[in-house]
Design a protein around this ligand. Structure first.
Ligand SMILES: O=C(O)c1cccc(C(=O)CC[C@H]2O[C@@H](n3cnc4c(=O)[nH]cnc43)[C@H](O)[C@@H]2O)c1
Length: 252
């Protein structure tokens, strides 16, 4: 099964392809999957697909709009060059993210049981109203539960809701408001919901996997552990690649 992995930035993309023996070399974790060289396909100027075995990895940009546009374009381009309307069996939103303490500490992994648009809606005197309460669209997607369990088991990731935000949380007050509005949320990032919207429209299931680089809360950029999180992402993809490749969308 072919898998499309969408990250935000090139260093995240390279952390993923490194797990397959591509990118810029091995992680040293011992979990690389043998897969040969990475082939770089140019979809559009500035949008490259890094193909290693069954995995196509794309750095689609930061934020839900960039992620949705890049994912939709990659899915449409793949359909146009294939006999199948959806040659991908799975789309994965992946990268680093903020973790809600204490459940998701720095360097840990989170796999989304729900991909939630945390700030898509309206502010009301009673608090945040999701877009669904306004009578529009949807505010979450549910990845295949059996696949979420398998990925959690293979990687040691915690499974729980992952929030998609357009603004990185930078205060304790905002973190508390998100926790109140989305009980059980384990992490936040900026792309999952955009990737999921595009995948849903193509009829392809979605998964979101995040490595925690920082705590959700007061902004302290010096405390971000991006290198550790990228290494954890590589290791996670090394462990989970066989699960993703072997998964069939009708297993759930
Ligand atoms: O500065 C760097 O070297 C660097 C390397 C990789 C990624 C970055 C980013 O800043 C990318 C932003 C990216 O990360 C996600 N993210 C990470 N932490 C959070 C957070 O607390 N809240 C929301 N998003 C977060 C997000 O998905 C962005 O795409 C820098």
């Amino acid at each position: 099964m072919r898998v499309l992995v969408v990250t935000a930035v090139p260093v995240e993309r390279d952390a993923v392809t490194r797990a397959f023996g591509g990118g810029t070399g091995g992680s040293g974790s011992g979990t690389e999957v043998s897969g040969g060289d990475t082939e770089v396909l140019s979809l559009l100027p500035g949008a490259e697909l890094h193909r290693t075995g069954a995995f196509d990895v794309l750095a689609g940009g930061v934020g839900p709009a960039a992620a949705a546009a890049a994912t939709a374009f990659a899915l449409a381009a793949a359909a146009a060059e294939s006999a199948s309307p959806s040659p991908y069996g799975l789309v994965v939103s992946a990268g680093i993210g903020g973790g809600f303490a204490p459940a998701a500490p720095l360097g840990s992994l989170v796999v989304a049981s729900a991909v939630v648009a945390a700030d898509l809606g309206a502010e009301t005197p009673e608090g945040f109203a999701p877009v669904t309460a306004l009578g529009f669209g949807r505010d979450r997607f549910t990845p295949p539960p059996a696949l979420v369990r398998e990925v959690a088991s293979a990687t040691g990731a915690a499974a729980g809701p992952v929030l998609t935000v357009s603004t990185v949380t930078g205060t304790a007050e905002r973190a508390a408001a998100l926790r109140a509005a989305h009980p059980g949320a384990l992490a936040e990032a900026m792309e999952g919901f955009g990737v999921a919207e595009a995948a849903e429209r193509a009829g392809v299931p979605v998964l979101e996997l995040r490595a925690v680089s920082n705590a959700v809360g007061p902004r302290d950029r010096a405390a971000w552990r991006i290198g550790d999180a990228l290494a954890a992402l590589t290791e996670a993809f090394g462990k989970t690649a066989p699960v993703l490749e072997g998964w069939h969308r009708h297993d759930h």
